[in-house]
Design a protein around this ligand. Sequence first.
Ligand code: SAM
Length: 293
Amino acid sequence: MMNLCDLRTVREVMERHGLRFRHEFGQNFLITPAVPQRIAEMCCEDTDSCILEIGPGIGTLTCYLAERFSKVTAVEIDRGLIPALGETLAEYDNVNVINEDIMKVDIEKLVSEEFGNRRVSVCANLPYYITTPIIMKLLESDVCFDSITVMIQSEVADRLTAEAGDSEYGAITAVLGYYGEAEKLFTVKPGNFEPPPKVNSTVVRISLYDTPKYLPKDKTLFFSVIKAAFGQRRKTLLNALSAGLGGFDKATISRAIEESGYRADIRGEKLSTADFCNLADTLYELKNNIQEK
Ligand code: SAM
């Protein structure tokens, strides 16, 4: 296995392929072997699993994943890195590199083509300029990933793992709670990357539910309620929903909040995923009863 954490090796590989670190692609490569090794070990226990990696860079984490798992498919946006990956991953016949923007990929199609019906987890040191959209895209895809393990800015990790009522709790926390549970694995300081990023990073593992834990009567309404509740953060839930949730008047929203068992002046950030499901179901019932009359 090439030592891709050795700074001299990194520079040589990049020079040989005429590469520079591209800030616009969030390129901060790992240079401490213990970090990719731990990420690969902790992302998934089942070594028969397949791994979808996003942003392999020059293949630092990819090597550890290829050593441990049966198959790895890595999606890299930067065309210039592809020949370098051909060199650094040459010894692995269980790795496939795809030159694509993950935001433009049909994830369901890719996973089915690459892995068929096998178990799949995601593992990535994500580009920080696009962390949340990538996580949302993975969650919203129709793929039943076992888990999604990502290294992200510590601030975003705090949001993903917050509890209802915490200052970091937001729409993404409540939405994530619908799909699974997130836990922080460990923190990584800027000095473990080249070039070093400006912020601390945290590895987070999202374990996805096999079968849905929450079954809102109207999924679209459930997500719209969460979005509207956090659209106007300093307002009460009643005012935020009145302003941001189409199709319901203030009186109906007020009644739904009361019938769901919450105080009239409660704020959205106090509601857990289960609470949002409960509230969305009450709204759904009120609307349908009203329409039936
Ligand atoms: N995995 C390597 C490591 O840990 O050293 C590199 C991680 S670096 C933080 C992020 C990588 O994601 C870069 O290689 C970058 O080119 C790639 N990337 C950025 N945006 C992407 C996108 N939209 N789709 C796929 N890859 C992307």
